[in-house]
Structure formats: structure tokens, C-alpha cells
Design a protein around this ligand. Structure first.
Ligand code: AMP
Ligand code: GLY
Length: 429
């Protein structure tokens, strides 16, 4: 089979790596890809991945049998709709389904309509009612821009003044059109846990749990980032919580079949908070998580091509997920300054040595090759150093051993990925 993957981050390297392992895969293309995908697939730098017609034309020219869509932007832009209408199997929901991520208001209504537990909220298009509502709820409180804001549109406000400022900045255009509708939400507490599911034909096949570390610095301090590290499974989730999370994902999948005009075919990402009264849904995403994918796929023993094609063709009963018993930990190596401004073009050394360690795979997030054919940094998050181990401790140790072997100027990373979870649930109290 010839397969095209859309996207160019660590998630897409992990997806491409998993697809490349399949005996069914002949030719793999990644658009735009990165320095890591270049080693296992053909990168297509010029393709406009948000343009359905351009993707369709490429797919036809290259006899593509399956398109796997990584990021949210092409999904929201309707790339899957165009491919499906032309008879090309696409892994990823159509534009309507992608609204579960593309519009927080749409997503919250979907949750309310189908009995999915979530934070109390209201949604506003004008300043005064928004301010009145937040005064009624009081701080701490959460302010969210409705649309896609590259992970930046959520402000957890400690004080009413901060919340008011956040509402003002949304309506003043800080997040562009994404902030013209504002959600104000009750503040929830508890550990967070991601549970992703393959969804097709109204059925959910849940993957393994994973937990991201959003803050830039050790001890969950500093600014929010796209994610600085992740592990799977999440040991602090109690069996009754996991059962409830599975039930919620299944309920959501059933609802997709009832509500959407076309079948939802892709990943549904459940971002849960494990509150004292049970798991609640913070958000849905319409795609694989980044960096969750970099620990979930290495633990997947089933052929990802078989799964992706079954999802894309609406054959959920053909999906049979098997998981490795091993633990996975992934540490993000970032550029100095990230998530603020940072320099690019720093030469990266030591990946081969790191990958010689047992269980270690290095996924590239922001890398490219320079004119001298050297691997260099090309983003804020540069590498996802993933290690498998027979215990949580072994996986963590291996990941950090590998991080020490890799070098580039300005390398920064958190040294406590998985530390709190290893200490147990009381570490969140
Ligand atoms: P989201 O993009 O909706 O997942 O929000 C980003 C982050 O903001 C989440 O991972 C949480 O850490 C935090 N957050 C979002 N909603 C809430 C909430 N209702 N209460 C507390 N924290 C929240
Ligand atoms: N890890 C968070 C996300 O993929 O949105």
C-alpha cells in the first residue's frame, strides 16, 4: 500500500514509524515531514496540507491508498471530506466531526447533550454578559477562546481580575477569530489523563492511558507548552476511574453516529481531569495527541496499517488492539527559550548512540537537515526521546540516559517526567 501522512511533528514521526513497521506498507510519504521522517519515508515539503484539492491531486498522482491526517488544521479545513468524496480512504474525521476540537462551544454542547461529565460553563459573544457570569462563578476560573488557538487559548485565572483581563484580551482579538466567542468555565481540580480512542462506525476502541506534562519547568512550573514529556500507562488512575473513562469514550463514539451527518472516522482524544467526583472531560481533540502518540504507539502491538484502514473504511469490528505490558516514557528535548523565542539551526549529535540503548527510539519533532547535510534544530520542541522498560522506573532511567547522550547547543528538558506519578496519587493532593 502507498500511504500519505499529513503533518511534520513528533506525533507524525511516531505515526510514520508505526506505519513503516507494517508488511503492508510499500511507499510512505509525509507532508511536510521532518528530519526524522526523512529516514523512513519520502518527505513532501511543498504540499499544502490544509488544501483538500491539493492533497487529493497528490494522492491521485502517487496512487495513494490511505491518507493519515495528523494535525487538527487539515481536519477542520475539511481535507478528509474531499478525500472521502473522491473514494480515497482517509484516517481522520470530516470537518463536521472535527468541530469537536475546532469549536469549544460545539464540543461542550455535544458533551451536555450526551451526558458526558464536564465543567459547568457558558459561552459568550459579548463582553458584559461574560463579565457578569465570571463574577457570579468567582475565581479561580477558566477562560477559553472558542476556536483553534494553537494550544494558547486557555487561561486558568487565579483571580477575578486575571479572568476579566483574559476575557478582554479574547474580545480584543488576542486569538484572532478564535476568540470572538469566549467560554467561561468552572475550575476543576485533580490529575489529568489522556485517553485516546480509535472511533469508526459509532464504536470506540480505547488506546492506553497517557499523561502529558504541559508546563515548561520541573515541578510543573513556568509557562504552558505543547508538552514537555509524557508516559504510558498512567499508574495513578484507579480501576473504577478507568472504567468510567472507557464508558465516557464509548458514549461519545455512539453519539458521533447519532449526531453527525457522516461517520466519524479517526481518533477521538479525551482530555480528562480525575476530579474528586469522578473523571470529567476537559476537552476533546479530533486527532492523535502530541506527545501522547510518542508513548502510546510504541506500546501498540497491532499493525497500525490494519487499524487505520479499518477506521478509514468504517469497519470497527475488524479492529483488535493488543498492547505491550511495557512502560513507555518520553522526554522532550527543547530549544533554549522555548516556549518563548528560540534560535534554530543548531547541530544535533548523539541520536544514533542514544538509539543503541535498549528500548530507546528518538522521534523528531522539530528537526531538518542543513546544506551540509547535518541534522539541525528547526523548532521549539526538537526531539522526543522515548524509552520502553519492564517497569516505570526502568523506562524513566533509560529515557534520561538517552537524553544525556544527545547534544545540541541550548538543549533544555524537564528532569522530572513521570516523577509525580511514581510517587503515587497522594502527590496530587
Ligand atoms: P484544554 O486545551 O482545554 O485542554 O486546556 C489546557 C489546559 O488548561 C488543560 O490541560 C488543563 O490543565 C487546563 N484546564 C482547562 N480547563 C480547565 C478547567 N475547567 N479547570 C482547570 N483546569 C483546566
Ligand atoms: N497533548 C495535548 C494535545 O495533543 O493536544
Amino acid at each position: 500500500m502507498n500511504i500519505l501522512v499529513l503533518g511534520g511533528g513528533g506525533r507524525e514521526h511516531a505515526i510514520t514509524w508505526a506505519l513503516a513497521k507494517s508488511p503492508r506498507t510499500d511507499k510512505l510519504y509525509v507532508a511536510p515531514g521532518n528530519g526524522g521522517t526523512a529516514g523512513i519515508a519520502e518527505n513532501v515539503a511543498h504540499l499544502k496540507v490544509d488544501d483538500g484539492q491539493a492533497v487529493l491531486a497528490f494522492a491521485r498522482d502517487h496512487n495513494i491508498d490511505l491518507v493519515v491526517i495528523g494535525p487538527e488544521a487539515p481536519l477542520v479545513a475539511g481535507v478528509a471530506d474531499v478525500l472521502r468524496a473522491a473514494g480515497i480512504p482517509a484516517f481522520g474525521p470530516d470537518a463536521e466531526g472535527a468541530q469537536l476540537e475546532g469549536s469549544k462551544t460545539f464540543s461542550k454542547r455535544f458533551m451536555d447533550d450526551h451526558g458526558i461529565p464536564t465543567a459547568r460553563y457558558d459561552s459568550f459573544t459579548a463582553l458584559e454578559p461574560a463579565l457578569a457570569y465570571l463574577r457570579e462563578l468567582g475565581a479561580p476560573i477558566v477562560v477559553k477562546a472558542d476556536g483553534l488557538a494553537a494550544g494558547k487559548g486557555v487561561i486558568v485565572a487565579e483571580t477575578e481580575a486575571d479572568a476579566e483581563a483574559a476575557v478582554h484580551s479574547c474580545f480584543d482579538g488576542a486569538f484572532g477569530d478564535a476568540g470572538s466567542t469566549v467560554l467561561i468555565e468552572e475550575f476543576l481540580t485533580g490529575p489529568e489523563c489522556s485517553l485516546l480512542a480509535f472511533v469508526s462506525g459509532g464504536k470506540a476502541h480505547c488506546m492506553a492511558t497517557a499523561q502529558d506534562h504541559k508546563r515548561a519547568f520541573d515541578g510543573d512550573r513556568g509557562p504552558n507548552t505543547g508538552g514537555m514529556g509524557v508516559y504510558s500507562p498512567v499508574p495513578i488512575v484507579e480501576p473504577d476511574e478507568l472504567a468510567s473513562m472507557y464508558e465516557i469514550m464509548e458514549k461519545a463514539a455512539t453519539a458521533t453516529a447519532e449526531v453527525f451527518e457522516h461517520d466519524y472516522r479517526g481518533v477521538l482524544y479525551g482530555g480528562f481531569m480525575l476530579t474528586p467526583v469522578g473523571p470529567k472531560m476537559l476537552e476533546f481533540n479530533a486527532r492523535f495527541g502530541d506527545p501522547e502518540t510518542q508513548v502510546v504507539l510504541p506500546r501498540l502491538e497491532t499493525d497500525l496499517v490494519d487499524i487505520a484502514l479499518a477506521v478509514a473504511e468504517g469497519r470497527p469490528d475488524d479492529i483488535n488492539l493488543r498492547w505491550s505490558e511495557q512502560w513507555a516514557v518520553s522526554v522532550v528535548l527543547a530549544s533554549d527559550g522555548y516556549p518563548g523565542p528560540y534560535e534554530k539551526g543548531k547541530v544535533i549529535l548523539g541520536i544514533e548512540e542514544a538509539e543503541q540503548l535498549e528500548g530507546v527510539t528518538v522521534f523528531h519533532a522539530g528537526t531538518t537537515t542543513n546544506y551540509d547535510d547535518e541534522l539541525v534544530t528547526a523548532g521549539g520542541r526538537v526531539l522526543n526521546v522515548t524509552a520502553l522498560g519492564d517497569s516505570f522506573e526502568e523506562a524513566r532511567e533509560r529515557a534520561y540516559e538517552a537524553c544525556d547522550l544527545i547534544n545540541f547547543e541550548g538543549k533544555q528538558y524537564r528532569t522530572d517526567i513521570g516523577k509525580r506519578a511514581a510517587e503515587g496519587r497522594q502527590a496530587w493532593n
